[in-house]
Design a protein around this ligand. Sequence first.
Ligand SMILES: C[S@@+](CC[C@H](N)C(=O)[O-])C[C@H]1O[C@@H](n2cnc3c(N)ncnc32)[C@H](O)[C@@H]1O
Length: 268
Amino acid sequence: MAERVDLRGSEQTLLITLFLRERDARSAHPVLGDRFAAEALARVDHDAGALRWFSSDTVTISARARRLDDWARAFLDEHPDGQVLHLGCGLDSRPLRLDRPPGSRWIDVDLPRVADLRRRVYDLPDDVEVVGASVADPSWWERVDTDRPTLALAEGLFMYLPPADVDGVLDRLVAGCAGGVLAFDALSPWVLPVSNAAFGLTSVDTRFTWGLDRDVLRARHPRLRELDDVRVTDLGAQATSGPWHLVYRAFDAVPYLRDAMRLHRYAF
Ligand SMILES: C[S@@+](CC[C@H](N)C(=O)[O-])C[C@H]1O[C@@H](n2cnc3c(N)ncnc32)[C@H](O)[C@@H]1O
């Protein structure tokens, strides 16, 4: 029986990404193949008609998740004693999708209402810590083991935060932890007003508030060393064949479109 949920503002967007992962998993050629998505989605009452509005993002959102899974695997291979901060985790099954070394640590963080829902929807192993707090709330950071190599994953998160909160998270991570990797997706600043107008046409009541300016990021957080900067349209092209491949390649040829959303990986 699906549970009625009361999700507000950007919390509602976790249903979009979950819906798209479920859609990908039952497609003929899954990109991510999240085998947990269908059951999780079925546990939550949702308006499939409204979510279908976002269907054209299925490949890019799934390819983005797959690349972040790959980066998380690479980090845990290199640091079996490492710690993963899964920021704004929503109802993403990532800790179940990945084989985690026994000496590693995994912390899922999302707003309190979402964290509670996550605990009800997934039967998570005891070694997955679920924290209900804003990522910008300093108190939960006390749980972070600052001496361990740390991977912070922020998928579909930073664009919903006020810029001061993104800086606050990065300050705590980059200045507070001994070393590690930060991986996140980001929108170009020009996308914000366009996408906010599009959000206005849907039933999802939220707005994008942060876009990445790499020069500003570098100046504000000089310890960050860029490892990867990946165009999500390129990930879409790599993941598809036939007409969709041509569509993503066409997007990829147009500077503004190919820069709309990118996936970033930095070491610190
Ligand atoms: C687009 S969803 C992405 C969820 C998940 N990462 C995924 O890919 O399915 C955005 C998520 O960010 C969470 N979020 C928004 N603001 C937050 C904050 N200040 N602290 C923690 N999580 C936040 C929302 O609750 C939601 O789960």
